[in-house]
Design a protein around this ligand. Structure first.
Ligand SMILES: Cc1cc2nc3c(=O)[nH]c(=O)nc-3n(C[C@H](O)[C@H](O)[C@H](O)COP(=O)(O)OP(=O)(O)OC[C@H]3O[C@@H](n4cnc5c(N)ncnc54)[C@H](O)[C@@H]3O)c2cc1C
Length: 370
C-alpha cells in the first residue's frame, strides 16, 4: 500500500537496479502485497556483461514460456585444460543436461516484465544518485528524464550490481575483491554439449562457451591489477580466432560481513552473492531476492536480521567452499593435471552447490570409476 507523507508518495520498497536480483525481488515483494518502485539507470539488460551460463534451476525463477524464448544451448559437462587449447582435456560430465546457455539480455527483460506484470512500477532511465536514511523512511534522490526527483520508501533494496552506489551511500563494506571479466564473440554456430575451461589465468580461468546459433563466446576474468586485455588476446590467439564484438564487467568476490543497515539492504552482486570459483551470480542473487521477499516487512526494520540469517543459511556455506575450490586454480600445473586425471569422468556435483561435492551422488559417481 502506498501512502502520501508530507505530500510525497511513500513506497514500501524502492529497488535500485533492474538486474536479475532487483526484478526478482520486485516481483516477489509485489506479489506479497507491497508497493514497489524499481529505478533502472539505463535500458533493462544493457549493456551486456555476462555469459548467461546457468544451471537448469534458472527456469524455476522465470515465468512460463521463458525457456523457449531464452535458451541458446544445452550443456552436459566441461573439458578442463591446465593450459591452452592444444593441451590435454579432462572431461567432467553428467549423462543429462546440467546447465543452459541463455540470452542474458532477454533474461533481464523477461524478469523485469514479470515484475511489472505483478504490479511493480519499473522505471528505466532513472539513476539513483544518493539516498538518506531517516527514522521512519529513506529519501531516494533520482535523476529521471524529468530532472532530479526525491522519492520516499520505507525501505530500499540495493540491487545495483558490483559497484553498488547504494552500498557506498550507506557505508556497507565492499566485496573482498572485484575481478575484471572480458567476453568476446565469434559468429559460427556451435551446439556442442561441452564448455572448455582453461586454468591459464592467475587465480581464475578462461573459457569457451558454445552458444548454439548465437555463435561462440570466449572469456576470462583476472584479479585486479592484471592486464586483462593482454591475457584475453593471448587466449583467443591460442584458439586462432579474432573476436570482433567484446564487452566487460566486474565480478564481486564475497561474502560480505553485513548487507543490511537500519532501512537499507543489498541483494545480488551488490551483496557479493556470487560463486567465487566461477563468477556466476544470477542464481545466487535471485535466491537471496526470494529470502528478502519472504523475510522483510517494510514496516519492521527488525526483520532485516531475518534476511541476513536467511540468505546466509541458503548461500554462505557454498560461497565459502567456493573459495576453497578456487584455490585449486593456483596449484602448480603438474598437481592440477594429476588431480584432473584422478577425478575426471562422470560427476554428481550441482554447479551452484560446491557442498554437493560431498553428496552421496558425487561419491557414487567417483566410486563407479574405480
Ligand atoms: C564477464 C562476466 C561473465 C559472467 N557470466 C556469468 C554466468 O555465466 N552466469 C552467471 O550466473 N553469472 C555470470 N556473471 C555474473 C552475473 O552477471 C551477475 O552475478 C549478475 O548480473 C548479478 O545480478 P544483479 O541483479 O545483482 O546485478 P546486475 O545484473 O549488475 O544489475 C544491476 C542493475 O542495476 C543498475 N544500476 C546500477 N547502478 C544504478 C543506479 N545508481 N541507479 C539505478 N540503476 C542502477 C544497472 O544498470 C543494472 O541493470 C558474469 C559476470 C561477468 C562480469
Amino acid at each position: 500500500m502506498r501512502f502520501a507523507v508530507g505530500g510525497v508518495d511513500m513506497h514500501d520498497f524502492a529497488v535500485v537496479g533492474a538486474g536479475p536480483a532487483g526484478s526478482r525481488f520486485a516481483r516477489r515483494a509485489t506479489q506479497r502485497g507491497h508497493d514497489v518502485v524499481v529505478f533502472e539507470q539505463g535500458e533493462v539488460g544493457k549493456p551486456l556483461a555476462c555469459s548467461g551460463h546457468v544451471s537448469t534451476d534458472i527456469w524455476s525463477f522465470t515465468p512460463d514460456g521463458a525457456r523457449e524464448d531464452l535458451l541458446q544451448n544445452e550443456i552436459c559437462g566441461a573439458r578442463f585444460h591446465a593450459d591452452g587449447p592444444d593441451s590435454d582435456a579432462y572431461r567432467f560430465y553428467k549423462d543429462e543436461v546440467v546447465s543452459n546457455v541463455i540470452d542474458r539480455v532477454g533474461l533481464d527483460r523477461t524478469l523485469a516484465a514479470a515484475a511489472g506484470e505483478a504490479g511493480a512500477d519499473v522505471r528505466e532511465g532513472n539513476t539513483v544518485v544518493d539516498l538518506t536514511e531517516r527514522r521512519d523512511h529513506v529519501d531516494v534522490e533520482v535523476h529521471s528524464p524529468d530532472g532530479l526527483e526525491t522519492h520516499r520508501a520505507r525501505m530500499v533494496a540495493g540491487c545495483d550490481g558490483p559497484r553498488s552506489r547504494v552500498r557506498e551511500a550507506v557505508g556497507l563494506p565492499d566485496p573482498d575483491e572485484l575481478l575484471h571479466g572480458v567476453l568476446g564473440f565469434t559468429d559460427e554456430p556451435d551446439s556442442q554439449e561441452f564448455v572448455d575451461v582453461h586454468l591459464t589465468v592467475p587465480r581464475f580461468f578462461a573459457w569457451r562457451i558454445p552458444r548454439g546459433e548465437a555463435g561462440v563466446e570466449y572469456g576470462l576474468a583476472t584479479p585486479p591489477g592484471d592486464d586483462v586485455t593482454a591475457q584475453f588476446e593471448s587466449f583467443t590467439d591460442g584458439y586462432g580466432v579474432d573476436t570482433d564484438r567484446r564487452c566487460s564487467g566486474l565480478i564481486p568476490i564475497g561474502p560480505a560481513d553485513s548487507v543490511t543497515t537500519g532501512r537499507v539492504f543489498l541483494i545480488g552482486d551488490a551483496a557479493g552473492h556470487n560463486k567465487p570459483f566461477t563468477g556466476g551470480g544470477i542464481l545466487y542473487g535471485m535466491t537471496a531476492a526470494d529470502c528478502a521477499a519472504e523475510t522483510i516487512d517494510p514496516r519492521d526494520p527488525a526483520t532485516l536480521d531475518a534476511y541476513e540469517r536467511a540468505w546466509r543459511d541458503e548461500l554462505e556455506r557454498d560461497i565459502r567452499l567456493g573459495h576453497f575450490v578456487r584455490g585449486a586454480y593456483s596449484l602448480p600445473e603438474a598437481v592440477q593435471e594429476a588431480g584432473m586425471a584422478l577425478f575426471e569422468g562422470e560427476i554428481g556435483v550441482h554447479m551452484d552447490r560446491p557442498t554437493s561435492l560431498f553428496s552421496r551422488e558425487q561419491m557414487r559417481a567417483m566410486l563407479s570409476d574405480w
